[in-house]
Design a protein around this ligand. Structure first.
Ligand SMILES: [Zn+2]
Length: 453
């Protein structure tokens, strides 16, 4: 991946100037980033907390599982990352695309790489490859690509089937420890937890993460309705802060609007409790307006996984790059400085976040191939396309779906309400789900008509 760090910096600076000029001239937009254009050439020596303490925007990477699934390297259902061993070149390439898109963090592709998840419901990755090898390979790939740019490496852990099956603190923490030992051995820059449904499991994770002495980010998968055990979101926020997380927020399951609504509640709770922490948000790359109304029932906690389209037919909901810019700006205005992305966010979404984050005073390398706000369309052959080389066109566009029988919103399924551990709804098993079990589940599901509102 050709560009040296010095070369990339000067290219960024050059393009930033060109694009700022273009934006100013063509849009009458004076911009507000000029004060920051001297901020090039950041030091690689500063860790995540130094960057956030200095008020810098940290751009996260995107959703590896969904990206890799679409590329044919991860199996939906299992959602496990054995590809780090099976096809390391594919993981390396995706890291590079996120780096090129402006990501400041390379998360190790170790999501769901605990032994219990690698051996859940008929998955054989635990026996065939194993937790250690998958996590080690992921660390090497993330570091290799991070060193090609200005990125940090974050060791990633997530919810475990052991917790959902009620196996208790010792078993669950042992699983976290197994992954974290590998992260420490590889000297990752910080640790990040993702997709924690239950605040108790997040606390157990933080305890193990904190013991390493490395900075800890914790993303719970909660909305304003609270966690899966009915713990209110403000209590979740305070508890994970008190457990020791340095960076606190949410990831996955909902689009930007819903995640930012959750972040507002988290921010308020932390302020009320006098707990000063950095904020992180990583929404999915899909629109989920159904879940904005949290007054209806606990079903909104299932987020996109509760939509009939999940996971294979979500495409009509994909955010445009301009909607992604709006998300990044909204997050910034709320005081969130770690602005990231989750499932459905491809490298071009991350580029949109990085382009919007003008406060960084630089553009990502991938912006070489992207004029801000459609500017590059000035070079188009067709006049009707050149007519769209304007911010006002893209900023105000309401995209059509091309589906005349499609309606905008989906009725949320309402028959899986109790997701507490005692309900056993989330109980896991080693053997694969049988045909009969699928039939039973489908019968339960069809009791409620799935139709558009
Ligand atoms: Zn996700």
């Amino acid at each position: 991946m050709g560009v040296s760090r010095r070369g990339a910096t000067s290219q960024w600076k050059e393009q930033w100037t060109v694009l700022k000029l273009a934006e100013t001239k063509t849009l009458g937009n004076t911009g507000n980033a000029d004060d920051n254009t001297q901020a090039f050439g950041r030091s690689l020596d500063r860790g995540i907390l130094e960057r956030l303490d200095a008020g810098e925007v940290v751009v996260g990477d995107g959703g590896f599982l969904f990206c890799m699934e679409k590329r044919g390297y991860v199996k939906a259902g299992q959602w496990t990352p054995e590809v780090t061993v099976e096809h390391p070149e594919a993981v390396r390439q995706l890291h590079r695309e996120f780096l090129r898109a402006g990501a400041d963090v390379m998360q190790t592709f170790t999501f769901y790489a605990s032994d219990s998840k690698l051996g859940n419901r008929g998955n054989t990755a635990s026996d065939k490859i194993g937790c250690t090898e998958i996590n080690q390979a992921a660390c090497e790939l993330a570091r290799e690509v991070a060193n090609e740019g200005d990125a940090l490496v974050a060791g990633n852990i997530s919810q475990t089937p052991s917790y959902m099956s009620g196996l208790g603190k010792e078993v669950v923490q042992k699983e976290f420890q197994q992954q974290i030992d590998i992260f420490v051995k590889n000297d990752v820059d910080f640790l990040i937890g993702e997709l924690f449904f239950y605040v108790e499991e997040a606390e157990w994770a933080i305890e193990v993460m904190k013991a390493t002495g490395k900075p800890v980010a914790m993303c719970m998968c909660v909305c304003t309705a609270g966690d899966m055990e009915e713990v209110p979101i403000d209590e979740c926020a305070v508890r994970i802060a008190q457990a020791g997380a340095d960076i606190i927020g949410v990831n996955c399951f909902w689009g930007p609007d819903v995640c930012l609504k959750a972040m507002a509640a988290i921010k308020e709770a932390l302020e009320k409790a006098g707990l000063k922490r950095h904020l992180i948000v990583q929404p999915i790359g899909y629109k989920t307006p159904e879940f904005l109304d949290d007054s209806s029932n606990g079903e909104i906690k299932k987020g996109m996984s509760g939509l009939a389209e999940f996971p294979f037919a979500l495409e009509p909901r994909v955010l445009t790059r301009f909607e992604t810019q709006k998300y990044a700006r909204d997050a910034y205005n709320m005081g969130i400085r770690y602005i990231g992305a989750c499932c459905g966010m491809e490298p071009y979404h991350v580029r949109a976040i990085a382009e919007e984050a003008k406060e960084r005073g630089k553009l990502p390398p991938a912006s070489e191939k992207h004029g801000l706000w459609g500017y590059a369309l000035r070079q188009h052959t067709y006049p009707w396309v050149r007519a769209r080389a304007r911010r006002s066109h893209w900023e105000n566009l309401e995209p059509t779906s091309g589906r005349p029988f499609s309606t905008a919103l989906r009725k949320i399924e309402t028959q899986w309400a109790d997701l507490s551990l005692s309900s056993k709804t989330m109980q896991q098993q080693k053997v694969q789900t049988t045909e009969e079990e699928v039939e039973q589940l489908a019968a339960k599901r069809s009791a409620v008509p799935i139709k558009a509102c």
